[in-house]
Ligand binder design. Structure first.
Ligand SMILES: *Cc1c(COP(=O)(O)O)cnc(C)c1O
Length: 233
Protein backbone atom coordinates (compact mmCIF):
# COMPACT_ATOMS: atom_id res chain seq x y z
CA UNK A 1 0.00 0.00 0.00
CA UNK A 2 2.83 2.36 0.85
CA UNK A 3 4.56 1.66 -2.45
CA UNK A 4 1.32 2.45 -4.31
CA UNK A 5 1.17 5.79 -2.50
CA UNK A 6 4.81 6.47 -3.41
CA UNK A 7 3.99 5.80 -7.06
CA UNK A 8 1.05 8.18 -7.16
CA UNK A 9 2.17 11.01 -4.85
CA UNK A 10 5.20 13.25 -5.15
CA UNK A 11 5.77 13.53 -1.40
CA UNK A 12 5.06 10.71 1.00
CA UNK A 13 6.15 10.61 4.64
CA UNK A 14 5.96 7.52 6.84
CA UNK A 15 5.93 7.90 10.62
CA UNK A 16 6.73 4.93 12.83
CA UNK A 17 8.31 3.66 16.01
CA UNK A 18 11.59 1.87 15.23
CA UNK A 19 10.93 -0.65 17.99
CA UNK A 20 7.17 -0.77 18.54
CA UNK A 21 6.00 0.04 22.05
CA UNK A 22 3.59 -2.92 22.02
CA UNK A 23 5.92 -5.53 20.52
CA UNK A 24 7.60 -5.94 17.16
CA UNK A 25 9.55 -3.52 15.01
CA UNK A 26 9.33 -1.44 11.86
CA UNK A 27 10.39 -3.17 8.61
CA UNK A 28 13.36 -0.81 8.32
CA UNK A 29 15.19 -2.40 5.34
CA UNK A 30 11.95 -2.47 3.30
CA UNK A 31 11.24 1.18 4.18
CA UNK A 32 14.78 2.15 3.18
CA UNK A 33 14.30 0.36 -0.14
CA UNK A 34 11.19 2.50 -0.78
CA UNK A 35 13.19 5.56 0.18
CA UNK A 36 15.90 4.64 -2.33
CA UNK A 37 13.38 4.05 -5.07
CA UNK A 38 10.85 6.85 -4.50
CA UNK A 39 12.40 9.30 -2.03
CA UNK A 40 10.03 8.27 0.78
CA UNK A 41 10.51 10.51 3.81
CA UNK A 42 10.94 8.56 7.05
CA UNK A 43 10.29 9.78 10.58
CA UNK A 44 11.20 7.32 13.32
CA UNK A 45 10.58 7.41 17.04
CA UNK A 46 13.33 5.34 18.67
CA UNK A 47 12.09 5.62 22.28
CA UNK A 48 12.47 1.83 22.66
CA UNK A 49 15.39 1.20 20.31
CA UNK A 50 17.83 3.66 21.85
CA UNK A 51 20.44 2.15 24.20
CA UNK A 52 19.02 -1.36 23.96
CA UNK A 53 20.19 -1.94 20.37
CA UNK A 54 23.05 -1.02 18.10
CA UNK A 55 26.61 0.19 18.42
CA UNK A 56 26.87 2.73 21.24
CA UNK A 57 23.14 2.15 21.70
CA UNK A 58 22.29 4.09 18.55
CA UNK A 59 19.10 2.10 18.07
CA UNK A 60 17.55 -0.22 15.52
CA UNK A 61 17.10 2.32 12.71
CA UNK A 62 20.54 3.92 12.66
CA UNK A 63 22.15 0.52 13.17
CA UNK A 64 20.34 -0.67 10.03
CA UNK A 65 20.99 2.50 8.01
CA UNK A 66 24.65 2.94 8.95
CA UNK A 67 24.35 6.72 8.77
CA UNK A 68 21.50 9.19 8.78
CA UNK A 69 20.43 10.81 5.51
CA UNK A 70 18.51 13.91 4.48
CA UNK A 71 15.23 12.06 4.01
CA UNK A 72 15.19 10.51 7.46
CA UNK A 73 14.51 12.04 10.85
CA UNK A 74 15.00 10.12 14.08
CA UNK A 75 13.79 11.34 17.45
CA UNK A 76 14.01 9.59 20.77
CA UNK A 77 13.25 9.81 24.45
CA UNK A 78 16.11 9.81 26.93
CA UNK A 79 13.72 8.65 29.66
CA UNK A 80 13.62 4.98 28.78
CA UNK A 81 16.63 2.71 28.27
CA UNK A 82 18.96 5.71 28.28
CA UNK A 83 18.08 6.22 31.92
CA UNK A 84 18.12 10.03 32.01
CA UNK A 85 15.53 12.65 31.07
CA UNK A 86 14.58 14.72 28.05
CA UNK A 87 14.70 13.80 24.40
CA UNK A 88 17.02 13.92 21.43
CA UNK A 89 16.98 14.45 17.68
CA UNK A 90 19.47 12.68 15.43
CA UNK A 91 20.52 15.53 13.17
CA UNK A 92 23.08 13.77 11.03
CA UNK A 93 26.13 15.26 9.31
CA UNK A 94 27.06 18.86 9.95
CA UNK A 95 26.30 19.79 6.35
CA UNK A 96 22.59 19.34 7.06
CA UNK A 97 22.79 22.91 8.32
CA UNK A 98 19.20 23.85 7.54
CA UNK A 99 17.88 21.00 9.67
CA UNK A 100 20.11 22.03 12.57
CA UNK A 101 18.96 25.64 12.31
CA UNK A 102 15.29 24.59 12.32
CA UNK A 103 15.74 22.25 15.27
CA UNK A 104 17.64 24.71 17.44
CA UNK A 105 15.40 27.60 16.53
CA UNK A 106 12.00 25.91 16.94
CA UNK A 107 12.75 22.72 18.89
CA UNK A 108 13.89 24.14 22.19
CA UNK A 109 11.86 25.14 25.24
CA UNK A 110 10.53 28.44 23.98
CA UNK A 111 7.56 29.80 25.87
CA UNK A 112 5.82 27.17 27.96
CA UNK A 113 8.40 24.50 28.56
CA UNK A 114 11.61 24.37 30.58
CA UNK A 115 15.13 23.43 29.72
CA UNK A 116 16.52 20.26 31.31
CA UNK A 117 17.77 21.09 34.80
CA UNK A 118 21.43 20.88 35.75
CA UNK A 119 21.17 17.51 37.53
CA UNK A 120 19.32 16.12 34.51
CA UNK A 121 22.06 17.33 32.18
CA UNK A 122 24.62 15.66 34.44
CA UNK A 123 22.74 12.36 34.14
CA UNK A 124 22.65 12.69 30.33
CA UNK A 125 26.41 13.34 30.16
CA UNK A 126 27.15 10.34 32.38
CA UNK A 127 24.80 8.06 30.45
CA UNK A 128 26.39 9.21 27.17
CA UNK A 129 29.80 8.29 28.65
CA UNK A 130 28.50 4.79 29.47
CA UNK A 131 27.18 4.49 25.91
CA UNK A 132 30.65 5.23 24.56
CA UNK A 133 32.36 2.78 26.94
CA UNK A 134 32.78 -0.99 27.08
CA UNK A 135 30.04 -1.10 29.71
CA UNK A 136 27.28 -0.66 27.14
CA UNK A 137 27.93 -3.83 25.10
CA UNK A 138 28.09 -5.74 28.41
CA UNK A 139 24.70 -4.35 29.46
CA UNK A 140 23.24 -5.02 25.99
CA UNK A 141 24.52 -8.59 26.19
CA UNK A 142 22.95 -9.08 29.62
CA UNK A 143 19.67 -7.77 28.24
CA UNK A 144 19.85 -10.19 25.30
CA UNK A 145 20.62 -13.07 27.68
CA UNK A 146 17.57 -12.15 29.75
CA UNK A 147 15.38 -11.86 26.64
CA UNK A 148 16.50 -15.32 25.54
CA UNK A 149 15.87 -16.74 29.01
CA UNK A 150 12.41 -15.16 29.01
CA UNK A 151 11.63 -16.72 25.61
CA UNK A 152 12.69 -20.14 26.87
CA UNK A 153 10.05 -19.97 29.58
CA UNK A 154 7.24 -17.82 28.18
CA UNK A 155 5.51 -18.13 24.82
CA UNK A 156 4.75 -14.65 23.46
CA UNK A 157 3.93 -13.02 20.12
CA UNK A 158 7.54 -11.87 19.80
CA UNK A 159 9.60 -14.92 20.71
CA UNK A 160 13.01 -14.83 19.07
CA UNK A 161 13.11 -11.08 18.41
CA UNK A 162 16.06 -9.19 19.95
CA UNK A 163 13.67 -6.59 21.41
CA UNK A 164 13.14 -5.77 25.10
CA UNK A 165 9.33 -5.71 24.84
CA UNK A 166 7.20 -8.83 24.77
CA UNK A 167 3.47 -8.97 24.15
CA UNK A 168 1.48 -11.85 25.59
CA UNK A 169 -1.93 -12.11 23.87
CA UNK A 170 -4.86 -12.81 26.16
CA UNK A 171 -7.90 -11.54 24.27
CA UNK A 172 -10.45 -10.18 26.69
CA UNK A 173 -9.84 -6.99 28.63
CA UNK A 174 -11.28 -8.54 31.78
CA UNK A 175 -8.85 -11.45 31.77
CA UNK A 176 -5.95 -9.17 30.92
CA UNK A 177 -6.66 -6.96 33.93
CA UNK A 178 -7.07 -10.03 36.10
CA UNK A 179 -3.68 -11.38 34.95
CA UNK A 180 -1.96 -8.05 35.57
CA UNK A 181 -3.50 -7.80 39.05
CA UNK A 182 -2.47 -11.33 39.99
CA UNK A 183 1.07 -10.77 38.75
CA UNK A 184 1.24 -7.52 40.72
CA UNK A 185 0.29 -9.45 43.84
CA UNK A 186 3.19 -11.78 43.04
CA UNK A 187 5.47 -8.73 42.90
CA UNK A 188 5.66 -8.15 39.13
CA UNK A 189 4.55 -5.07 37.23
CA UNK A 190 3.27 -5.77 33.72
CA UNK A 191 1.30 -3.34 31.66
CA UNK A 192 -2.18 -4.53 30.61
CA UNK A 193 -3.01 -2.99 27.24
CA UNK A 194 -6.20 -2.94 25.23
CA UNK A 195 -8.26 -0.73 22.89
CA UNK A 196 -7.59 2.10 21.95
CA UNK A 197 -3.87 1.41 22.40
CA UNK A 198 -4.26 -1.75 20.31
CA UNK A 199 -7.13 -3.32 18.33
CA UNK A 200 -10.41 -4.33 20.00
CA UNK A 201 -10.54 -7.87 21.36
CA UNK A 202 -6.75 -8.23 21.19
CA UNK A 203 -5.90 -7.29 24.76
CA UNK A 204 -2.79 -8.61 26.42
CA UNK A 205 0.15 -8.00 28.69
CA UNK A 206 3.05 -5.84 27.68
CA UNK A 207 6.17 -7.06 29.43
CA UNK A 208 9.36 -5.05 29.67
CA UNK A 209 12.59 -7.01 30.17
CA UNK A 210 15.64 -5.33 31.70
CA UNK A 211 19.36 -6.09 31.84
CA UNK A 212 19.44 -6.03 35.63
CA UNK A 213 16.85 -8.75 36.19
CA UNK A 214 18.17 -11.93 37.75
CA UNK A 215 17.65 -15.43 36.38
CA UNK A 216 15.58 -16.26 39.47
CA UNK A 217 13.32 -13.24 38.93
CA UNK A 218 12.65 -14.15 35.32
CA UNK A 219 12.04 -17.80 36.14
CA UNK A 220 9.69 -16.94 39.00
CA UNK A 221 7.80 -14.49 36.77
CA UNK A 222 7.47 -17.16 34.07
CA UNK A 223 6.19 -19.69 36.60
CA UNK A 224 3.55 -17.22 37.89
CA UNK A 225 2.40 -16.30 34.38
CA UNK A 226 2.33 -19.87 33.11
CA UNK A 227 0.33 -20.96 36.14
CA UNK A 228 -2.26 -18.24 35.40
CA UNK A 229 -2.42 -19.30 31.76
CA UNK A 230 -2.85 -22.96 32.66
CA UNK A 231 -5.69 -22.10 35.02
CA UNK A 232 -7.58 -19.79 32.64
CA UNK A 233 -7.05 -20.86 29.04
C1 LIG B 1 7.68 6.89 26.13
C2 LIG B 1 7.56 7.17 24.69
C3 LIG B 1 7.65 8.47 24.22
C4 LIG B 1 7.74 9.67 25.10
O1 LIG B 1 8.87 9.75 25.81
P1 LIG B 1 8.97 10.77 27.01
O2 LIG B 1 10.35 11.22 26.96
O3 LIG B 1 8.61 9.98 28.24
O4 LIG B 1 8.00 11.89 26.76
C5 LIG B 1 7.60 8.68 22.85
N1 LIG B 1 7.43 7.64 22.01
C6 LIG B 1 7.32 6.38 22.43
C7 LIG B 1 7.15 5.28 21.44
C8 LIG B 1 7.36 6.09 23.79
O5 LIG B 1 7.24 4.84 24.22
Amino acid sequence: ALEDLCKTHARVAYVADGVYSTGGMAPVPELLALQDKYGLFLFFDEAHGLSTLGRHGRGLVLETMGGINERTLIVTSLNKGFGASGGAIFLGPRHHAERRKLATRFGGPVTWSQRINTAGLGAIIQSAAIHRSEELPRLQQRLQDNIRLFDQHVASDNSGEPLPIRFVSIGSEENTIFYAKSLLEDGFYTSPIFFPVIAKGRAGLRIMIRANMSTQEIERFAACLNQLRAAHE
